[in-house]
Design a protein around this ligand. Structure first.
Ligand SMILES: C[S@@+](CC[C@H](N)C(=O)[O-])C[C@H]1O[C@@H](n2cnc3c(N)ncnc32)[C@H](O)[C@@H]1O
Length: 289
């Protein structure tokens, strides 16, 4: 721990913010790397007396902040951490930074299943950092889950996140293309969830630099119309879900109606397009028969 006068720190902070960037990212950096929480920072602003203890020196923090500003590198990748619901997750540039809107998937599951204490078997296809599956494994200790991804490096990060988040053993990680790793669980799933790559090609080309340049393309691009992966997931879902099993998909802002038609075509019922907090039809859910 390094000790510096609070007044010196506050002057330095003002100088860094004058270079650009947003306060939220700066606070994130100070919290993750500097070891100063947002609430501690507020207290320093109110009472700028005495000394402050930092985990890293100001030059080190400044180098990271400038990398963020100059290269548009997401602050989460620079810090190697993302916060999602109540989880602190490791992330690298192999893994999509889990988005706040995706947090609602856990609430959709809770709304469908309530606080069920009985056993249930779920799978998440394309787990990335593991955020969704880990949150469910923690929320429902009696449930058993399998989280899959096409990329073994991604699964190593997801596994590490699971181990660091709890001491449970109700989640397993398998590598492979969508349903392929689940072949021995045909007809056994009560619930399948996926936030697959769904950005249409034309939209992908126009994504902000910090997303397109640094986040994994394989986690974002959903083919020409964005529905390439969603189509495949829906078509094979009936083989893996139990009768009345649920499928929950995250989708692009305008894909809900098309996904609803795909679900109907594949004999799903109870289909619903669920809005995110901005009123966008971000999720499409349905039940197999
Ligand atoms: C949009 S990200 C979602 C990550 C995480 N579930 C989340 O919500 O933050 C999509 C994930 O699907 C994985 N993926 C892409 N193509 C895949 C495929 N063919 N089979 C399995 N997983 C795939 C990517 O590696 C990525 O981790």
């Amino acid at each position: 721990m390094l000790s510096i006068p609070v007044k010196e720190f506050l002057l330095w902070k003002k100088k860094q913010l004058s270079k650009g960037g947003d306060l939220q990212s700066f606070v994130f950096l100070l919290d993750c790397i500097g070891g100063i929480s947002a609430s501690h920072l507020n207290l320093l602003n109110i009472n700028p007396e005495g000394n402050l203890y930092l985990k890293k020196n100001l030059d080190f923090l400044e180098t990271i902040w400038e990398d963020h500003l100059i290269k548009s590198l997401p602050i989460q990748y620079l810090c190697g951490i993302a916060f999602w619901r109540n989880l602190r997750l490791k992330v690298s540039n192999k893994v999509l930074i889990p988005r706040p809107e995706t947090e609602l998937i856990v609430d959709i599951v809770s709304k469908i299943f309530g606080k069920r204490s009985q056993k249930l078997f779920f799978a998440e296809l394309g787990t990335g950092s593991g955020a969704i599956s880990i949150a469910l494994a923690l929320e429902y200790p009696l449930w058993e889950g399998i989280a899959t991804d096409i990329n073994q490096d991604v699964l190593e990060i997801a596994t590490e996140n699971y181990i660091n988040s709890c001491s449970r053993s109700n989640l397993r990680f398998y590598c492979g293309h969508w349903w392929t790793p689940l072949e021995s669980f045909m007809g056994k799933l009560d619930l399948a969830i996926s936030n697959p790559p769904y950005i249409p090609k034309g939209t992908y080309e126009k994504l902000p630099k910090e997303v397109k340049k640094f986040e994994p393309k394989i986690a974002l691009l959903g083919g020409d119309d964005g529905l390439k992966h969603i189509r495949e997931i829906i078509q094979q879902a009936p083989l893996f879900l139990k009768d009345k099993g649920w499928l929950i998909l995250e989708n692009h802002f305008d894909q809900g109606e098309k996904i609803k038609q795909l679900l109907l075509k594949n004999k799903f019922t109870s289909i619903e397009i669920v809005n995110d907090l901005s009123g966008i039809g971000r999720f499409t859910i349905g039940r197999y028969k």
